[in-house]
Design a protein. Structure first.
Lengths: 331, 570
């Protein structure tokens, strides 16, 4: 079974579910073929953004599949050992269950110490190595030089879940959506991965009905991440959800946009690593501007520009999307 | 590495695969701005200034961290690049409380140059670092954290030095660079943070507000001495080619300040060599090696604080500036019939640890300090500029008698390996009682962090290690802990390249610049007729006329050491 798992991952076109969407089969192949005396496997359950809780759901309901996925990786990659990197509350909640499942396997549970940023893969290496949590220069990429300098396969919890399914030929091209906000049936749903947002909301009986009538402009959605997701209007919901596959519904009338943006910016302020100038200083200045409850568009656009174009890591680049889309579409 | 060709700004360039774009560009005189990049340190890519565009690739790339590939086409200036640099600079300016009239970068400030170039609005954001603390590290260093742009060069260089006195502290949702409160760590005053900080957040104590103090003692005879490394670096402050030899221009400039006498610290070095060679020879004969050099006060502090078990191995010979200062206030004072209390000795040093060294009570001779003030190379240049003394145009002037003419050995003290080479020249002749035919010990020269050599003296294999960059000293000391017989003689200079790369030297400084400064010193040595310290006529004369008893030699030329607790108070 494990002999052709990489081929199967490629066949099924499985993309990583941690956000970046890198082809899993290719990643596995790179780590497998890297030459080194030992290698590491990391299952990322850091899930740092608010309103994203699908990894927690999978840990709760399908921990065996996650561990099976890691087991397949251990069998596929020679001389490897693994870590399960868990958000603090997930560690506390699922520790005993996971310990039972990993008994006898070279798998270590690791309790996450930092915030949002520690979901970035090279930051996870720094965390496990006991260093300051900030991203590293790539290349070298993790499959070449990762944890402690050894080739490292790092996949998200959901990716390992699907790998276990693929191994058993049970993969149905689904993914897990976290749905929250002003909805009736908040929760995690496993549905086909390319369904449009509108269909997902309707199918899960979460499509908003508020407002005097079913006015088009009575609500908006944040899709992708719970903070970093893009703001979409009702007429933009025919696309699938990207990135972390979170969908948050907002009642337009009830939403204080400045309060919402302040919430976001505080999240970034507290959770970015402050390594690079545009993200450290840029986020600080966005917060300063928002404090005034007035938008200086030119100034903000300049900050957005350097955040998007010059941030050290993807998370810095992702800061801009929620603010720019909200300001453009709602304010 | 494979030779490849790339195109940068439409220019075809041959380079090696795997080099960074920044390195290739700089080598080909294509200017790309960079603040957090320093060739001595690992690449961080924090400041996001060295942005370039690469054909066929989306977005902007930091050239410090992106490596060239065959046929890569790079653009270093475009509307997009310039806009990004401008905004990032504005953000950086808003975390840098500038104090331009009192900054070691002076007319060389990259931030200001870039601000002009990119049309930066320096006050676009309110400065967020107002009120950030200013720290003083002993009598040597000032760290004004309100100027810090969080690039972390200082933290990295302090770590590379094996000192780890500076660190990052998380404060609220931002971090600050702070000195550690850990009592087991202390600043050794090497000042590498000063010369690696791109924005002048570090400086010497008194720099530049106290530079005139030594000249204000009106009732005193003011005597200046200047260290070996100054003569080939101060020209940089006057836009002269790197490595220019400025000995006699320095004399003329200092005289113009109204100074009475100018002597050469290299002469002090000749005495240091003579004494140290004796110590070395004695230790070799008695089998009590290793003998560790002691003219670098940062290294001495490092041993006293971190490795007190090696104190018995440190040569007790005083450093050149201290011996010369002592001789000025004893031998010369007597000769000139001046009350030593009426003499002010000012040392111009490439170093900020020397400001610490002169405060040591154990160096006093009959209650008198050998040296009263230390000015850095930068401070002297600042004084010159203030008094409109242009070293590039001044007529050279001969140095004063009798402590002005050194041997070649005294001059090469300023480069890593110089102290060892000088000591070997003298020790060889003294031990073998024969003349040395080739005075050059090439094995101990150069910029390598650790240089090792085995020298045959009298049929005995003498094992030598020469260290520059004090981080490397740890390795040697740990080896010696395991096996004390591994090296007979060890020279350590805390700074990269030795004193030529010292914390008191002009900025910028990197490997290439340090090499030019060192080459200048070796050129002086090559041209000297007398190249061995003990053969210097003034050395012979002073030993004959003055340093003629154990007691006097001890009080002027030797010192003692003791284990140290942390000195810097925060």
């Amino acid at each position: 079974m494990t002999k052709d798992i990489i081929a199967k991952l490629k066949e099924n076109e499985l993309l990583g579910r941690g956000g970046a969407g890198f082809p899993a089969g290719l990643k596995w192949e790179m780590v497998k073929s890297a030459k080194a005396e030992k290698k590491y496997i990391i299952c990322n359950c850091s899930e740092g953004e608010p309103e994203v809780f699908k990894d927690g759901f999978i840990l709760e309901n399908y921990p065996k599949d996650i561990v099976n996925g890691i087991k397949i990786a251990l069998e596929t990659i020679d001389n490897s050992s693994a870590y399960i990197y868990l958000r603090k509350d997930y560690f506390d909640k699922f520790k005993s269950k996971l310990e039972e499942l990993i008994k006898g396997l070279p798998i270590t549970l690791f309790k996450k110490t930092g915030g949002y940023l520690s979901g970035e893969e090279t930051t996870i290496f720094a965390a496990i190595e006991g260093k300051r949590q900030e991203p590293r220069i790539k290349p070298p990429f993790p499959p070449q030089k990762g944890l402690f300098g050894y080739p490292t396969l790092i996949n998200n919890a959901e990716t390992f879940y699907h790998i276990a399914k693929i191994a058993k030929d049970e993969y149905k091209k689904t993914c897990f959506y976290s749905i929250s906000g002003e909805v009736e049936n908040k929760g995690v749903y496993e549905l086909p991965k390319d369904w449009p947002i509108e269909k997902i909301l309707k199918e899960t009986k979460n499509f908003p009905k508020f407002g005097p009538s079913a006015d088009e402009a009575s609500f908006f959605v944040q899709a992708g991440g719970g903070v970093s997701g893009e703001i979409l209007l009702p007429n933009e919901l025919s696309q699938p959800v990207k990135w972390l596959r979170a969908i948050i519904v907002f009642n337009r009338e009830k939403t204080d946009c400045f309060a919402l943006m302040k919430k976001w910016v505080n999240f970034f302020l507290e959770n970015n690593c402050d390594k690079c100038a545009p993200c450290r200083e840029g986020v600080y200045r966005i917060a300063e501007i928002l404090e005034k409850n007035k938008i200086n568009k030119q100034l903000l656009n300049d900050i957005f520009f350097v955040l998007e174009e010059t941030s050290f890591c993807a998370l810095g680049r992702a800061v801009v999307v929620p603010f720019s889309s909200l300001i453009e579409k709602i304010l | 590495m494979k030779k490849i060709q790339v195109i940068i700004d439409s220019k075809k360039i041959d380079c090696l695969e795997g080099q960074t774009i920044l390195k290739v560009a700089w080598k080909n005189k294509i200017k790309i701005p960079a603040l957090c990049y320093h060739s001595d340190l690992k690449i961080k890519a924090n400041c996001r200034m060295c942005l370039v565009e690469i054909k066929g690739k989306k977005g902007l790339y930091t050239s410090c961290s992106t490596r060239v590939e065959p046929d890569m086409e790079v653009t270093t200036e475009s509307a997009k690049i310039n806009r990004a640099r401008k905004i990032n600079l504005e953000l950086i300016f808003a975390q840098h409380c500038e104090e331009c009239d009192d900054c070691i970068w002076d007319f060389n400030c990259q931030l200001l140059k870039l601000a002009d170039k990119y049309g930066v609005d320096k006050a676009r954001f309110p400065n967020r670092k107002k009120g950030y603390p200013v720290y003083q590290f002993g009598p040597s260093l000032i760290f004004d954290s309100s100027k810090c742009i969080d690039c972390r060069n200082c933290v990295d260089v302090c770590h590379q030095q094996g000192v780890d006195f500076l660190k990052i502290k998380e404060k609220g949702h931002l971090f600050q660079v702070v000195p550690t409160k850990n009592e087991k760590k202390d600043c050794i005053y090497c000042g590498q943070c000063i010369v690696h900080c791109p924005v002048g957040a570090f400086e010497a104590v008194g720099e530049f507000e106290d530079v005139e103090k030594p000249l204000q003692d009106k009732n005193k005879v003011v005597v200046f001495q200047f260290a070996p490394a100054i003569r080939t670096s101060i020209g940089e402050e006057f836009d002269l080619p790197r490595g220019s030899i400025m000995t006699e221009q320095l004399v003329a400039g200092i005289k113009k300040l109204g100074v009475d006498k100018v002597f050469d610290t290299c002469v002090g070095a000749d005495f240091t060599t003579t004494e140290e060679a004796n110590e070395f020879a004695e230790k070799l004969e008695k089998g009590t090696t290793p003998c560790l050099t002691s003219c670098c006060p940062a290294w001495v502090k490092f041993v006293e604080f971190n490795y007190p078990e090696f104190i018995p191995n440190l040569a007790t010979t005083r450093s050149p500036q201290v011996i010369l200062g002592g001789l000025i206030k004893t031998y010369w004072a007597k000769k000139e019939n001046i009350d030593p209390k009426k003499i002010t000795v000012v040392s111009v040093m490439p170093c900020v640890a020397k400001k610490y060294e002169i405060k040591k009570e154990e160096l006093e001779i009959n209650g008198i300090k050998p040296v009263d003030y230390v000015l850095t190379t930068r401070e002297l240049a600042y004084l010159f500029k203030k008094y409109k003394i242009d070293l590039a145009k001044i007529s050279p002037q001969k140095i004063d008698d009798p402590l002005g003419i050194p041997s070649g050995a005294g001059v090469i003290y300023g480069a890593s390996g110089g102290v060892m080479e000088s000591a070997l020249r003298t020790a060889y002749e003294k031990m073998t009682k024969t003349e040395l035919s080739n005075v050059k010990f090439e094995q101990v020269r150069g910029a390598k962090g650790i240089k090792k050599a085995v020298i045959d003296i009298n049929g005995k294999s003498v094992k030598i290690a020469v260290v520059n960059g004090i981080g490397n000293a740890k390795k040697i000391l740990e080896e010696l802990k395991e096996n004390p017989k591994l090296y007979d003689g060890v020279e350590v200079m805390a700074c990269f390249g030795g004193c030529i790369g010292g914390g008191g030297q002009p900025v910028p400084a990197d490997k290439e610049i340090r090499q030019k400064r060192a080459e200048g010193l070796y050129k002086i040595d090559d041209k000297k007729e007398i190249r061995l310290a003990h053969k210097n006529p003034i050395v012979k004369k002073v030993y004959k006329d003055f340093l003629n008893s154990e007691e006097i030699i001890h009080s002027v030329c030797h010192t003692s050491y003791s284990p140290k607790k942390r000195e810097v108070k925060i």
